[in-house]
Design a protein around this ligand. Structure first.
Ligand SMILES: [Zn+2]
Length: 455
């Protein structure tokens, strides 16, 4: 008797090396190992369609006819604890936005941040994301929330300078303490399948060259990757040139950052030399089209990145500059932004962005084993209901995923490592109603506090 679960009859978008799309396919996995056992055409042979343990050679069958089955999505850049700031700072440029957000954030307690994180986890799962890279005030309890949710994270505790006490109410730690905490957490979770750590120097305009060099040395000693914001906006590039005589990527490289694995957020304004540097290093760029558009920060040169061989992931950034975590919106907006700016319908293909949101993003966030439906891979699987109006008729599953799919409307089931974390569009691993209530309370309290200070 097999413990295998077989998802049969759906259109399977494998994202394997051949990028197979199988119109009537099957994905099977073993819940005991959490690994995919098969991905391909529907197999003949016995099974048990009741969903109970079968007597046949193959495992129990779950009929997913009318669905699209794809790998779990990878959000390559976010700040998930910031959900209490959704819609709070609107119609602003990056500098003004940062100041307004900061005034709110300093009032958040550790408990507020954990509630914010859990809301993000619920939102990501419900829209088909199973792995994410995140820079925030990570601590052990927040990582435990991720473990509970079932998701996978490359977590970078954020550093805003040696002496900067980021968000006083939440984290009394200065930059040195955050660096030490990162090392402790990395040791604690070493070898973990869900939790991986990275150093998180925020950006060259918040972290000194000495701090960046310190991070590079620590990354080299421990073999940890680094997450950093670089070249998000033109004013940032100007200030880096003014302060250090170098553009942001070149400056970070001069501090030793690119001697180690790096995930760069944004990179909307790189020079040709910087693109070459990114392609030659063990680096990846997390492209955040909606956040860049919303803050008017710029348009990343995706075609030039692809041509140069730069590894790319796709991110939402935080909900404060988005305002949601639905990666399907990011795929569509990203493609449209490139085509519009370059006045070319084939400057990027939908498959390029689907890759960024799955297999490419997985490599970018240092979970290279996920993002593909293939035997032996972790069973991170998303099932979308493609019987609705948005998917009718369904000629091509890839174009549906890129241009018509809605994470919140269409995602029906999500498995991570074979664990059924979204069933019938409901998250099974966290209490959504309770989480929403906690975040609503946080938002109301901080708004009251800010109003009281203003008067
Ligand atoms: Zn960011």
């Amino acid at each position: 008797m097999s413990s295998e679960i077989r998802l049969t009859g759906g259109a399977v978008v494998t994202q394997d090396a051949a990028r197979r799309v199988i119109e009537c396919g099957e994905v099977a996995f073993d819940p005991a190992t959490g690994k995919i056992t098969y991905a391909g055409e529907v197999r003949g042979g016995e099974g048990d369609s009741s969903g109970a343990a079968g007597s046949g050679r193959l495992g129990a069958v779950t009929d997913v006819t009318g669905c699209v089955v794809m790998p779990g999505l990878v959000n390559a850049h976010t700040h998930s604890g910031m959900t209490p700031l959704r819609g709070y700072a609107e119609d602003m440029n990056l500098q003004d936005w940062l100041a307004k957000v900061r005034a709110f954030e300093v009032r958040l307690t550790a408990e507020d941040l954990r509630a914010g994180l859990e809301l993000a986890l619920v939102e990501m799962l419900k829209t088909g994301t199973t792995t994410f890279a995140d820079m925030f005030l990570w601590d052990r309890r927040m990582l435990e929330s991720v473990v509970t949710s079932g998701m996978r994270v490359l977590a970078a505790p954020a550093i805003f300078g040696y002496d900067a006490v980021g968000y006083p109410a939440a984290s009394p730690s200065d930059g040195r303490a955050v660096l030490d905490l990162t090392e402790r957490l990395a040791a604690e979770f070493a070898g973990d399948g869900q939790i991986r750590l990275a150093f998180g120097p925020h950006a060259p305009y918040t972290c000194t060259p000495e701090l960046l060099a310190d991070v590079a040395a620590r990354a080299g000693r421990l073999g940890l990757p680094i997450q950093i914001h670089l070249s998000e906006s033109a004013p940032e590039v100007d200030s880096c040139l003014r302060d250090y005589g170098r553009t942001p990527v070149a400056h970070a490289a001069a501090c030793g950052i690119f001697d180690h694995p790096v995930l760069v957020a944004h990179c909307a304004h790189p020079t040709d030399a910087e693109i070459e540097l990114l392609a030659g290093a063990d680096a990846a760029v997390a492209h955040n089209p909606v956040s860049n558009l919303k803050l008017g920060a710029g348009v990343a040169p995706v075609r030039r990145f692809l041509d140069a061989g730069v590894r790319l992931g796709l991110g939402t950034d935080s909900v404060a500059s988005n305002n949601n975590l639905d990666l399907f919106e990011e795929i569509k907006a990203g493609i449209l932004m490139q085509r519009g700016v370059h006045r070319s319908p084939d400057i990027v293909r939908s498959g390029d962005f689907l890759d960024m949101a799955t297999c490419g993003g997985a490599a970018a966030v240092r979970f290279p084993e996920v993002g593909v439906l293939e035997a032996g891979r972790p069973a991170d699987i998303v099932i979308l209901d493609a019987t609705g109006t948005r998917a009718t008729p369904l000629y091509d599953a890839t174009s549906y995923l890129a241009f018509a799919a809605s994470g919140s409307a269409d995602v029906r089931d999500v498995y991570v490592g074979g664990r059924h974390v979204v069933a019938g569009s409901r998250v099974t691993s966290l209490d959504e109603a309770a989480v929403r209530e906690r975040v609503a309370h946080t938002a109301a309290r901080v708004r009251r506090e800010l109003a009281a200070t203003a008067t």
